[in-house]
Design a binder for this molecule. Structure first.
Ligand SMILES: *[C@@H]1O[C@H](CO)[C@@H](O)[C@H](O)[C@H]1NC(C)=O
Ligand SMILES: *[C@@H]1O[C@H](CO)[C@@H](O)[C@H](O)[C@H]1NC(C)=O
Length: 212
């Protein structure tokens, strides 16, 4: 019994393997940045604005990536590693970064160096980039990714949530992103239709009132 509990505890810990998911352009400028904060960490200092920008707290057990200034400095050193070449896997203590360059974009996944699963991180990064490929229906390049940034952000959220890897199958990620989007469009249309109907009703009423 005790053994079993201990095992499940340690496997829970290993779920928190992603510190950040980043897309930097060919100049190292941020296109997308998601920093993850596991639930057991205190969310002090987080604000809705920060969350809306897709920039969360520092990653699992990682101080120093909470503030924008720290994140920018980190992204600068990540980009330095990419520029110097030397493959896709780079230790950047206390982080491990895996990078993939596609046309004019660099996709980066960050995990803790001490206990991250390289293969799992690599597979997750592939799933993320492949799902974007499916969603954008064409070549991945900065222009396309910026145009479809809403889809790319949703794909990121379907791939990793709170530092937990949710899905490593690109088709499954793409499917989950495309489905809710259709629903959202329906709701927007319905609300718009109602709003238009209400506006024209209100105008008619105020015209009548003026005529009285
Ligand atoms: C989290 O922060 C709140 C105040 O923002 C504090 O009262 C609480 O004790 C903190 N919890 C932990 C686990 O640090
Ligand atoms: C990471 O994934 C890519 C693409 O799937 C593959 O080519 C590469 O060999 C993988 N690297 C490692 C270290 O698993």
């Amino acid at each position: 019994m005790a053994n079993c509990a201990a095992r499940s505890y340690s496997s829970n810990l290993s779920l928190y393997t992603v510190t950040a998911l980043l897309i930097l352009d060919a100049e190292g400028q941020r296109v997308l940045a998601k920093y993850y904060n596991p639930p057991h960490q205190n969310a002090t200092g987080s604000s809705n604005i920060v969350n809306d920008l897709g920039v969360g707290q520092g990653g699992p057990g990682m101080g120093g990536l909470i503030h924008l200034k720290e994140q920018k400095a980190f992204e600068k050193s990540v980009f330095e590693k990419i520029r110097r070449g030397g493959g896709e896997i780079h230790p950047l203590p206390p982080h491990l970064i895996i990078t993939r360059t596609i046309v004019d974009l660099n996709f980066i996944i960050v995990g803790p160096l001490s206990n991250s699963n390289e293969l799992m991180l690599n597979q997750t990064l592939s799933a993320f980039t492949d799902s974007i490929h499916l969603l954008l229906r064409g070549q991945i390049e900065k222009r396309n990714v910026l145009e479809g940034l809403d889809l790319v952000l949703l794909a990121a959220d379907e791939t990793v949530d709170d530092g937990i890897i949710l899905e490593t199958d690109a088709a499954a990620i793409a499917a989950r992103v495309s489905r809710p989007k259709a629903d959202t469009t329906d709701i927007v249309i319905n609300e718009q239709t109602l709003m238009n109907a209400y506006t024209s009703f209100r105008d008619k009423v105020s015209q009548r009132i003026q005529q009285l």
